[in-house]
Design a protein around this ligand. Structure first.
Ligand SMILES: [Zn+2]
Length: 284
């Protein structure tokens, strides 16, 4: 899906840059001139990742950019407010949510040792995900499909290609599992997917509430409970690279790359993966 989305996005950017054949103009959303480059990129990856949900960016009466959803709902893109790390987690605008670029690819020295507060994807505007996936547990459940993952059928949202993406992750891994018995310590027991709950120690909904996150073995290191955080860099490096690559290829980010580490946790965030690819100059 991401390869297709990238092609779409590239065409959209070409459309923004100059004349385009009539066919493109019929298929692609109109480019929005006059935006700062960061806002233009953020808008492009949101539109490509959540088709049909995003209308555009508009200035409000105070001169601040807001994201306008096709439902008419308006969300702060850049409210101009200063935020420390805690405030960013609690009350982000969308620009802050997308500001840290997720480090795609195998764990290297930098991603094994993230800087304090480097948690790309952990800052989330809850109202944005409520609008995309459902405002209540019953709404979210109504959008979920059952996906085969290892020996389980798990509930995952079918909105915006998420369930299909998780199914493809397992399709990538399943044929290789017999050759990789070392994966089992990561895969089993499976922690689970859909759960309407708050993040531990916060009032914020977990992304599991929206059916777009999966926990592998819950005994993997988690920053709030890990008794030996000094071992986490080596545990990041020991995580099976094939499993990480399969998830990232399908639009998931890994909590193992966060300073506030959560090595069991993968989350469907195609906009962050696409933005990282764009900034890395990758075409797929
Ligand atoms: Zn999780």
């Amino acid at each position: 899906m991401l390869r297709r989305v990238f092609g779409f996005l590239l065409l959209a950017l070409l459309l923004a840059a100059g004349p385009c054949p009539a066919l493109c103009a019929e298929v692609l959303p109109p480019a929005q001139p006059g935006l700062p480059p960061e806002a233009a990129l953020d808008l492009a990856v949101l539109r490509a990742s959540y088709p049909g949900a995003v209308q555009g960016l508009e200035q409000n009466a105070a001169g601040c950019l807001e994201l306008v959803l096709t439902s008419g709902q308006r969300l702060a893109y850049d409210d101009g407010l200063p935020r420390d790390a805690r405030q960013a987690l609690d009350t982000p605008d969308l620009r802050t949510m997308l500001a840290q670029v997720y480090p795609l690819g195998p764990v290297d020295e930098a991603s094994a040792h993230p800087q304090p507060s480097f948690d790309p994807g952990r800052v989330r505007m809850q109202s944005f995900f409520e609008a995309l996936y459902g405002h209540t547990e019953s709404q979210v459940r109504g959008n979920c499909a059952t996906v085969r993952f290892d020996n389980h059928g798990v509930a995952f949202t079918s909105r915006f290609g998420a369930a299909q993406a998780l199914a493809r992750v397992w399709q990538r891994l399943a044929p290789l599992l017999p050759e990789h018995p070392e994966w089992l310590r990561v895969l089993r027991p499976l922690g689970g997917t859909l759960a309407w709950r708050r993040i531990a120690g916060t009032k914020r909904l977990s992304m599991h509430s929206f059916g777009l996150a999966i926990d592998l073995n819950p005994h993997l290191p988690y920053w709030r409970s890990e008794p030996h955080p000094e071992t986490v860099a080596s545990q990041r490096q020991a995580f099976p690279p094939e499993i990480l690559a399969a998830f990232e290829a399908e639009g998931f980010i890994w909590g193992g790359k966060w300073a506030s580490f959560d090595l069991m946790h993968f989350e469907y965030r195609p906009e962050l993966v696409l933005k990282a690819r764009m900034l890395n100059g990758q075409s797929q």
